[in-house]
Ligand binder design. Structure first.
Ligand SMILES: C[S@@+](CC[C@H](N)C(=O)[O-])C[C@H]1O[C@@H](n2cnc3c(N)ncnc32)[C@H](O)[C@@H]1O
Length: 226
């Protein structure tokens, strides 16, 4: 287990309030990896919390900065991307990234991708609907990385996430999931305990000030044979 750290990316971002015809109301600016990421939020209902930037997604952004991650030539998919901030950073760090969420969130992700990803990099981005447990078979199983920030928080979603991971993962896929434990400590802890039955895991980082744990997981060998 790694040492506990303070998450500085999670400092209150600079906020700009605006209103446009399409109802995007807020823009937040996050400095990370030498980029100033501009994230617009669309307050809409029934989106399972995708219209704010969650600390776990930001924790993963900070971890990628600290680890000087280079995603060049790596194929990445993010589940439950929300605003898309983590995927956007991963594209800027060289990755070939598929950004996914429920269909209602895709317009918000498209707007944020347009604002942050230069046209020369757009060929490395796909934005697609992936509802856990339902759509995964439309995606390949050859990803180098699977990312998820604050998506493990709901008892009924866990089997759907597990089913999705089991389809998307191969024996060399690395999963980075982060969770704000205080959302529901017992539930999240027991959900990870279930995931760890299927995936070898390390707690690679913990941001104490925001109670965010970062896990690195790979498919257990017994899951990949036969
Ligand atoms: C708590 S938010 C986290 C958003 C983002 N990862 C972040 O760190 O800011 C959870 C995300 O999971 C998505 N989500 C919830 N249930 C889902 C499902 N069944 N299939 C796909 N995405 C789902 C939500 O739309 C939302 O964007």
């Amino acid at each position: 287990m790694s040492e506990s750290k303070i998450a500085s990316v999670l400092k209150k971002p600079m906020t700009e309030v605006f209103t446009e015809a399409d109802n995007f109301k807020y823009k937040l600016f996050y400095p990370v990896c030498g980029f100033l990421l501009e994230i617009a939020l669309k307050p809409i209902v029934n989106t399972e919390f995708g219209t704010m930037v969650w600390n776990a997604g930001l924790g993963l952004c900070q971890y990628f900065e600290e680890q000087k991650m280079d995603f060049s030539h790596k194929k990445v998919i993010e589940l439950g991307a929300g605003t898309g901030i983590l995927s956007i950073l991963t594209v800027l760090l060289g990755g070939d990234v598929t950004i996914t969420d429920n269909p209602q969130l895709l317009q918000q992700i498209e707007l944020n991708v347009s604002a942050n990803i230069p046209s020369s990099m757009k060929s490395r981005v796909q934005i697609r609907a992936l509802s856990w447990g339902l759509d995964q078979s439309q995606f390949p199983s050859d990803y180098d990385y699977i990312l998820g920030g604050d998506i493990v928080y709901n008892r009924s979603s866990l089997p759907l996430i597990l089913k999705t991971l089991q389809h998307l993962c191969n024996e060399s896929t690395v999963i980075y999931f982060a969770s704000t434990m205080s959302i529901s400590r017992e539930l999240i802890t027991s959900s990870y305990r279930t995931l760890f039955q299927y995936f070898d895991s390390d707690l690679v980082c913990r941001y104490e000030n925001v109670d965010v744990n970062l896990y690195r997981m790979t498919k257990k060998k017994s899951q990949t044979q036969g």
